[in-house]
Design a protein around this ligand. Structure first.
Ligand SMILES: [Zn+2]
Length: 347
């Protein structure tokens, strides 16, 4: 026997693409907090239980790519044609809401752009590949967190809410096509309803969706039914919808626990994708998430509930960063990662 070597973790649990062009490169002024990942890494490297393993746990390489076929498993043929061939720029303008109702630029200044808007599409495909890579890693290791992804507002035939294509469903359907999984749960704890995911999975029993979100406000702020009686697609229900209204923050985690119990009545899946937005946090600055104001402790309790629920059932969990819009958002993810990585490293 030779000298004992330190234990090595060859399975990565953090996906961190450092070379993604920020939205500001395209002239877009959405206040996404770009310090989230480095601040989390800095925090984790200060924890003696995690520091020696941290390097080995992080994957920075782009190991996957997303094809038109992958996108076409989720989005309608017309929409796929628009985004791949004909109307890339206009679909991006719609999805990122870069024009207001009067046709003026909204949070968008092309004169400040370093890259043409249509190149944002390639960036979104790379980001979506990260979600697929995260899901695949989670199947191997039981847990993986991606510093990106969570485009849950992309519907089968349109994008909105900064979401052009639905990375969550693209990853889930591809894993099914490859026969790596038969069924997936999507647990969406972002402040905004996962309306696109609900619409895509609505008649697909192999993907069960749970969304806990603001009961009022975007994307549920319009009329549910139009003059002709058709339902606005944002109101298509998830399998389990948990609306939380202003002032009900103290009921949030109890409602989440009850929702998870209901999810448990469905057949156990091969994978769960957690859309782990931190915008319910009280320090989030996006006006459209202001109706939920959870404290850091309530956010930690939320994340512990979901983490323990999946771990107890031995369901591999792929976490996506999703929405967060504050210089303080990283604290929510750092607490989740401290919990998960300490737990995984000891077992
Ligand atoms: Zn959100």
């Amino acid at each position: 026997m030779g000298k004992a070597t330190p234990m090595r973790y060859t399975i990565r649990m953090l996906i961190y693409y450092q070379d993604i062009a920020p939205l500001s490169d395209f002239g877009i002024g959405i206040p996404v907090s770009d310090i989230r990942a480095p601040k989390c890494i800095e925090y984790l490297s200060g924890l003696p239980e995690i520091r020696p393993h941290l390097e080995a746990l992080i994957c920075k390489e782009h190991e996957e790519s997303i094809s038109r076929t992958d996108v076409a498993r989720v989005h309608t043929p017309n929409y796929v044609k628009r985004i791949f061939e004909e109307e890339r720029e206009s679909t991006l303008i719609e999805a990122f809401e870069l024009l207001d109702e009067k046709g003026n630029y909204n949070r968008y200044d092309p004169s400040k752009a370093k890259r043409p808007l249509k190149e944002l599409f390639d960036t979104l495909l790379v980001k979506t590949a990260g979600t697929y890579q995260c899901a695949k890693s989670a199947l191997e290791s039981g847990f993986c967190f991606y510093f990106g992804g969570g485009f849950h507002h992309a519907h089968p035939d349109f994008g909105h809410g900064f979401c052009l294509i639905n990375d969550i469903m693209i990853a889930a359907r591809r894993l099914m096509a490859e026969r790596r999984v038969e069924s997936v749960w999507v647990i969406d704890v972002d402040a905004h309803k996962g309306d696109g995911s609900a619409a895509i999975a609505h008649s697909d029993p192999s993907i069960r969706t749970l969304s806990i979100h603001m009961g009022a406000g975007w994307p549920l702020d319009g009329l549910e039914f139009g003059p002709d009686g058709t339902q606005h697609p944002s109101f298509i229900p998830s399998d389990i919808d948990i609306p939380v209204f202003e002032g009900e923050e103290h009921l949030y985690n109890q409602a989440l626990a009850e929702g998870l119990e209901k999810l448990d009545a469905f057949m156990k899946p091969d994978l769960a994708i957690v859309v782990s937005g931190s915008d319910p946090y009280e320090k989030d600055t996006l006006p459209s998430s202001a109706k939920l104001q959870l404290t850091l402790e309530q956010m930690a309790e939320r994340d512990r509930l979901v983490y323990d629920f999946l771990k107890e059932r031995r369901i591999p969990a792929a976490y996506l960063m999703a929405g967060s819009y504050s210089p303080e958002s990283w604290r929510v993810y750092a607490a989740l990662l401290e919990l998960a990585l300490k737990d995984r490293l000891k077992s």
